[in-house]
Ligand binder design. Structure first.
Ligand code: NI
Length: 175
């Protein structure tokens, strides 16, 4: 079943800077939203998409870090993260901040606990790219973007581009 892709909300919309609320119930509406988010993620060639990025301030994200040749999307409801390992620097992009890539420092390993679309708890571990993707998407649920984690150098490099995005947002009428 093909779903209509959702519109991806862009920086600096305030929903992206808001801590998302816990999901109360895994129901058909949530399953439908998750299916559309997966479709939207693939359409945008992303490896992860969080609900605030489609205008829903709830603790839900989808991810497919592409560590298998076949599509393997995973849905995380009310995720919790346990981080381990040394900080590693890796260049990240974000579908809500197109055209910008910044070096972000994060722990190299993560265990994630979440609820799936059947309402069951599950846990996954990674010391690879998936750990990076989960942390990026989890940040979205906390209202944090890669721009909040930029080095002073990246802040300078991207100053103009970010300023233009803020100006575009104003021109579009803000909210
Ligand atoms: Ni992002």
């Amino acid at each position: 079943m093909t779903e209509t892709p959702l519109q991806i909300i862009r920086y600096p919309h305030p929903v992206l800077a808001t801590r998302a609320a816990e999901v109360d119930a895994v129901d058909d509406e949530l399953r439908q939203l998750a299916a559309r988010m997966i479709e939207t993620m693939y359409a945008a060639e992303g490896v992860g998409l969080a609900a605030p990025q489609v205008g829903r301030s709830i603790r839900l994200f989808v991810a497919d870090p592409r560590d298998s040749p076949e599509p393997d999307p995973v849905v995380f409801v009310n995720p919790r993260l346990e981080l381990e390992g040394d900080l590693e620097i890796f260049e990240e992009g974000c579908l809500s901040i197109p055209d910008i890539r910044v070096d972000v420092r994060r722990p190299g390993a993560a265990r994630i606990l979440a609820t799936d679309l059947d309402g069951e708890e599950f846990a996954l571990e990674s010391d690879g790219f998936a750990a990076r993707v989960w942390q990026h998407e989890f940040d979205h649920l906390e209202g944090r973007l890669i721009t909040d984690r930029m080095s002073p150098r990246d802040r300078l490099v991207h100053r103009r581009a970010l300023k233009e995005m803020r100006a575009d947002f104003e021109t579009m009428g803000g909210l």
